[in-house]
Write a protein that binds this ligand. Structure first.
Ligand code: SF4
Length: 376
């Protein structure tokens, strides 16, 4: 079984109002350089003998918030330290406000062959509401700059169910997205997370969100329009042109092993999940002094790993949970192990067989959380 490799760059120009990722604004100069040195140290200390890597993903935060030469240097460290296969998918996330032809060209030259741009919306008012640092035009420019820099695999992220967002605004954002002819689109419904600026507004009753019916209509509209535009839906939130599915994220949804480097990064290997300390400064202190990087280490029991494999696999709307892969890993067929739950949800029209696999129905996709939680 091959593995993914995740590298975390926690820095952003500004913290977005909705974001609860392990990301920080205000780090510059030596504090960024020190973090990069620490990250390179952690990567280069990886011992031999781990699984082969066929996807690498630099996420954040905003990887393009650090100098492109530093991101390139970190990629070289990964390529030199891990058993990376030929033809690996190598992605960098990027913020349209920190992506131009010159830094993207450096990244492409270093070996990145896929880029994921956090566009979120093409509506000027909504971009302001979200505290994004870029305009709609800058987002379009970033997609063109990625193409000019030689990226032939470009993804954008969009968000819906945003404060005061209307169907016509959502349709206008979809129009502009499809016009850009990217290879992949990720669509996320806003979730108001604790600790964010949006959560504070929500608690004060000052975050006017579309109701659930409108949010569901936005999602269904996107599914229909993405299909019309030539995208295949392969995961609850992800749509790709043929041959352009995100192989790295498919590793996660198949519950495959992955390496993780950087502050707050999670690694999952040999049934053990390890998360690094979240603070960039504490992480750098530990990495540069050969200290303990782990904030938590969890060894999963077989029943926990099976439940997670079900939950994650059901996110894959076309493939679903692969019974043969599950059986070869856990020694039992998921259709036997979870016969009761499966029968119940099949009866409700929320699950269906797909050959030997098991997946959500179209109706089940809208109730995915309820179905998944039943397997925990
Ligand atoms: S750019 Fe991305 S990671 Fe950074 S604050 Fe905004 S949403 Fe979070």
């Amino acid at each position: 079984m091959t593995a993914g490799c995740y590298v975390h760059i926690p820095f952003c120009v500004r913290k977005c109002a909705y974001c609860d990722f392990n990301s920080f604004a205000g780090y510059t100069g030596e504090s960024v350089a020190r973090y990069v040195r620490a990250l390179e140290t952690e990567i280069r200390q990886t011992g031999p003998g781990g699984p082969a890597v066929d996807t690498i993903f630099f996420g954040g935060g905003t990887p393009t918030a650090i100098p492109a030469v530093d991101e390139a240097r970190l990629l070289h460290a990964v390529l030199e330290s891990l058993p990376v296969t030929a033809g690996a998918e190598i992605t960098t996330e990027a913020n349209p406000g920190t992506a131009d032809t010159s830094n993207l060209a450096v990244l492409r030259e270093a070996g990145f062959n896929r880029i994921s741009l956090g566009v979120q919306s093409f509506d000027a008012g909504l971009l302001k509401t979200l505290d994004r640092i870029h305009s709609a035009d800058e987002a379009k420019h970033a997609v063109r700059a990625a193409r000019d820099a030689g990226f032939d695999n470009v993804s954008i992220d969009l968000m819906f169910a945003l404060p005061r967002q209307t169907m016509s605004q959502w349709n206008a954002t979809l129009d502009q997205s499809f016009a850009l002819e990217t290879d992949h689109i990720s669509l996320y419904s806003l979730i108001v997370e604790e600790g964010t600026g949006f959560h504070t507004l929500y608690q004060k009753g000052r975050l006017p969100l579309p109701d659930d019916d409108v949010a569901a209509e936005m999602y269904q509209t996107a599914i229909d329009r993405a299909a019309d535009a030539g995208f295949e839906q392969y995961e609850i939130s992800n749509f790709a042109r043929p041959g352009r599915r995100c192989r790295h994220n498919i590793h996660y949804w198949r519950n495959d092993p992955y390496y993780g480097f950087g502050c707050g990064a999670v690694a999952y290997r040999d049934g053990q999940r390890r998360m690094n300390v979240k603070s960039p400064a504490r992480y750098a202190d530990a990495a540069l002094s050969n200290g303990n990087l782990a904030e938590s280490v969890e060894t999963l029991r077989a029943d926990e790993a099976m439940a997670e494999t079900m939950m994650l696999g059901l996110r894959l709307t076309e493939e679903g949970v692969d019974s043969a892969r599950f059986a070869s890993r856990f020694g039992c067929d998921p259709r036997d192990r979870y016969a009761g739950e499966i029968a119940r949800f099949q009866g409700l029209g929320l699950l269906e067989p797909a050959g030997d696999n098991l997946r959500l129905t179209q109706k089940g996709v809208f109730l995915a959380s309820e179905v998944m939680m039943a397997f925990v």
